[in-house]
Every structure is written in structure tokens, then in C-alpha cells.
Ligand binder design. Structure first.
Ligand SMILES: [Fe+2]
Length: 230
């Protein structure tokens, strides 16, 4: 991407994160694990993550092939979509992928699956993960290719009462906001970032990153982004 080998930059991010990964319980990859929907992209991703001990959870982005992800990233330490539990938390991974489209949407089936899971675990704090941003992030071009039914999604998230955070990828930047006590978080890209708060497409070169999410038993989320020079 723009002269950056994204496989190598991802490897550098993982290398830089290794010390911190020691204390982590899981790794979440928020989509666009490929650019070309190729088998090779997922083989490379699996190879780079294989030495790590943690479960690797992933969701599909607009550049992904969900069927291939299920083939290569839903066995052993890898989990594709579905849900996971840990301590008193519930992590729900949703697919907002729409074949052939850059923007995303959640199907009625995915929204219902989320509602059902949240209803089945009312005692757990929940973190919802999806690729496309469900709220505007102040960047016209990116907000035009976000989650088209974000309002309905957020309505259901608020209605559930036990969702503490929503996290997504797609926007290649650090974004952090909050809505009625629910943390709204974007993870940065392991390749280039997009220029934040900019209405037109712009690439910010020079740094890749990852977001640490510390999910406390009382439902609080502490989070920060760590940057790695590319
Ligand atoms: Fe994306």
C-alpha cells in the first residue's frame, strides 16, 4: 500500500508488541487482513500469528474474503466471528462485510445474533467488534463508506444495557469517543494510517500501530494506542 509492504509492517508491529502480548489474553484482528482476497494473504497472516500463544480472533473487512477466512482462520488458536467469553466479559464479533462493496452493513441475522447473545449473558460486560465504523468519525470520505445501518446498531447496543464498548478497524487511525457510557474505539492500521479529521482521502505515512484493550471486571475499559515506526 503506497510503497509499503504491509506483510512486513504487520510483522514489525507484532515484534514490537511481543513484550506486551505476554500479558494479553487474546488478539483481535479487526478486518482487512488482505487487500486482494488471496489465500496467500491468510496463509501469511496465520504464519505470522502462529508463534503467539493467545487466541487470535478475527472479523472480515471489505477487502476480505469471508469464506477463505473461515477456511484458514477458524481452527486451532484462530477464531473467525462468533463470540468469546473471558472472566466476566462477552466479546461478540460481527460481520459487516458486503460482497463487492467498500462500505458495510449488518444483516438482520447478525443484529439478531448480537441481541440473542447479549440477552443470554446479561451478567457479563460486552465488547462488540465489527469492521466498519457505526458512528461518524469526522471524515467525510470515510463516513461515506462506514456502517450504513449504524443508527440501528447503536440503538440495539444501547437497548441491551450491558455493552461497554464497540471496537472497529477500517478507518486506519486512532479514534476514541464515548456515547452514554459506551466506549467507541477504532484501532489503527498495521500499515499506513489515513489522515484523521480530513474530508478527503489522505495517507499518513511513517507509523503503524495497535490498540491495547484492558477489560476490567467492573466493566471499565482502559485503552491506549501504541505506535511503531514503519
Ligand atoms: Fe476496510
Amino acid at each position: 500500500m503506497h510503497d509499503l509492504n504491509t506483510r512486513n509492517s504487520m510483522q514489525r508491529v507484532i515484534d514490537a508488541a511481543l513484550a506486551e502480548l505476554d500479558g494479553c489474553h487474546a488478539i483481535l484482528a479487526t478486518g482487512d487482513l488482505s487487500q486482494d482476497e488471496s489465500e496467500q494473504a491468510y496463509r501469511d497472516f496465520a504464519r505470522i500469528m502462529a508463534p503467539l500463544d493467545q487466541p487470535v480472533l478475527s472479523i472480515p473487512g471489505n477487502h476480505d474474503n469471508p469464506a477463505l477466512m473461515r477456511t484458514f482462520l477458524d481452527q486451532g488458536q484462530f477464531q473467525f466471528c462468533g463470540a468469546a467469553t473471558g472472566s466476566n466479559w462477552l466479546i461478540i464479533m460481527l460481520s459487516s462485510h458486503l460482497s463487492g462493496q467498500t462500505g458495510g452493513a449488518l444483516s438482520e441475522q447478525e443484529l439478531d445474533r448480537m441481541d440473542t447473545l447479549l440477552g443470554q449473558h446479561p451478567e457479563r460486560h460486552a465488547l462488540i467488534c465489527l469492521h466498519h465504523q457505526p458512528v461518524p468519525i469526522g471524515s467525510q470520505w470515510l463516513d461515506g463508506i462506514g456502517l450504513s445501518n449504524g443508527e440501528e446498531f447503536m440503538r440495539r447496543v444501547h437497548q441491551a444495557g450491558n455493552v461497554r464498548g464497540v471496537v472497529w478497524g477500517h478507518v486506519h487511525q486512532e479514534f476514541q469517543s464515548e456515547n452514554a457510557g459506551i466506549a467507541l474505539l477504532a484501532g489503527p492500521s498495521t500499515c499506513h494510517q489515513f489522515v484523521a479529521a480530513c474530508d478527503e482521502y489522505g495517507v499518513e505515512k511513517g507509523r503503524s500501530g495497535y490498540r491495547i484493550l484492558n477489560l476490567h471486571t467492573n466493566g471499565r475499559i482502559d485503552t491506549r494506542v501504541n505506535w511503531v515506526e514503519t
